[in-house]
Ligand binder design. Structure first.
Ligand SMILES: [Zn+2]
Length: 301
C-alpha cells in the first residue's frame, strides 16, 4: 500500500467517523422538527377555542397542537419579531428559558408566507391567508378576508392585539382585535398594558408582537453580538409573560413572523434584512404549552 492510498483511506475514515458526528450535534434538533405553513396557525387557534376557522384559511389546523391544547378556554400567541429558527439555533445559550419549555413533543416550525415581512405574516396569523388572500401590503391595509377576531366576536368571545406604538402589533392586530394598548414605546410597556387588559377584560384570544429583536437584528445583523443580547432580552420577556398568562388559564403558542439574514453594508459593517423565500427568512420556531392548571392535571385521553 503506498502512502497516497493510505492517506486516502485515513481521509475517508475521518470523514465518516468525525464529520457525521459533528453535523448530528449541530442539526439533529432542526432536522427532526416538522414544518407547517404559517396559514395553519389561525385554524389551529380556532379549533382549540372551538370556533370555525376563518373562511378563507388556506391550511388545516395542526393536529399535534390541537390535541395538546384542545379545551383551553383562552389562547395567547406570542410572536417574537424576526426570531427565525436559525437564529434561535445559533443563540441557544442566550435563551435558557425558551429552551427549557421546548421538548421533543411540543415544538415544530412554521414557514412564513411571502413576502416574509411582519404585516403580511401577522395578517396571516389572524386569518390563515397568504398575501393574495389577505390583501395586506402595510400594517394599515384593510383585510380582504375573514379574520379570527371577527369569528370570535360573532360567538361572544373577545380578543386582544398588542404591540409597540406604530408597529404591526398596534396598527394591524390592535385594529382588528377588541382590545389594544395605545402609546406604548417599548416591549415592556406593551407587556404592562397587556397585563392590565387581560386582568380587566379576560379576552379568550390574545396576540402580541415582541419588537426589539427585529430592530436590533436590522441594525447589527441577526447573528451579531448585539443580536445575541436581544435574544436574551426576548427570553427574559417570555419568562415574565408566559407563567403569568398560564396561571390565568391561557394556553401559549410561541412563534415568529419571519427570520432575517445578514447583509453586508457598503461601509463594511453588517446589517440584517428579510423578505425573501430563503429558509433563513422563512423558517420560524413554534412551541406550545397548555395552561398551568391543565398542565397540572392533563385531560384524560
Ligand atoms: Zn423587520
Amino acid at each position: 500500500m503506498n502512502v497516497f492510498r493510505l492517506s486516502l483511506i485515513a481521509l475517508v475514515f475521518l470523514s465518516t467517523a468525525v464529520s457525521p458526528g459533528l453535523s448530528v450535534a449541530a442539526s439533529s434538533r432542526d432536522a427532526a422538527l416538522r414544518t407547517y405553513p404559517m396559514q395553519a396557525l389561525a385554524p389551529t387557534v380556532a379549533t382549540i377555542l372551538d370556533v370555525p376557522a376563518p373562511k378563507q384559511a388556506e391550511a388545516p389546523p395542526i393536529d399535534s397542537i390541537v390535541n395538546d391544547l384542545r379545551g383551553a378556554k383562552q389562547v395567547a400567541v406570542l410572536g417574537i419579531d424576526a426570531f427565525g429558527a436559525a437564529i434561535w439555533s445559533k443563540m441557544r445559550d442566550k435563551t435558557p428559558y425558551l429552551n427549557s419549555l421546548a421538548t421533543e413533543t411540543n415544538q415544530a416550525q412554521l414557514r412564513s408566507v411571502l413576502p416574509s415581512v411582519t404585516c403580511v405574516n401577522f395578517g396571516c396569523m389572524i386569518t390563515g391567508g397568504s398575501q393574495k388572500t389577505t390583501g395586506i401590503k402595510t400594517f394599515d391595509s384593510e383585510l380582504a378576508c375573514e379574520d379570527l377576531c371577527s369569528v370570535l366576536r360573532a360567538r361572544g368571545l373577545k380578543s386582544g392585539g398588542f404591540g409597540i406604538k406604530g408597529w404591526t402589533g398596534d396598527r394591524l392586530l390592535g385594529r382588528y382585535a377588541d382590545f389594544r394598548v395605545k402609546e406604548k414605546n417599548d416591549d415592556l410597556e406593551v407587556l404592562a398594558g397587556l397585563m392590565e387588559v387581560v386582568d380587566e377584560k379576560k379576552p379568550e384570544f390574545v396576540i402580541v408582537q415582541y419588537g426589539n429583536t427585529d430592530k436590533v437584528f436590522h441594525a447589527h445583523g441577526p447573528f451579531s453580538k448585539q443580536a445575541a443580547e436581544a435574544c436574551a432580552g426576548a427570553d427574559a420577556w417570555l419568562q415574565e409573560i408566559i407563567p403569568w398568562l398560564r396561571a390565568r388559564g391561557y394556553a401559549i403558542i410561541i412563534t415568529a413572523d419571519h427570520g432575517q439574514h445578514d447583509v453586508p453594508r457598503a461601509n463594511g459593517t453588517t446589517g440584517g434584512v428579510h423578505g425573501t423565500d430563503s429558509d433563513l427568512d422563512c423558517l420560524v420556531p413554534l412551541v406550545w404549552l397548555p395552561s398551568a392548571d391543565r398542565a397540572a392535571t392533563p385531560p384524560k385521553p
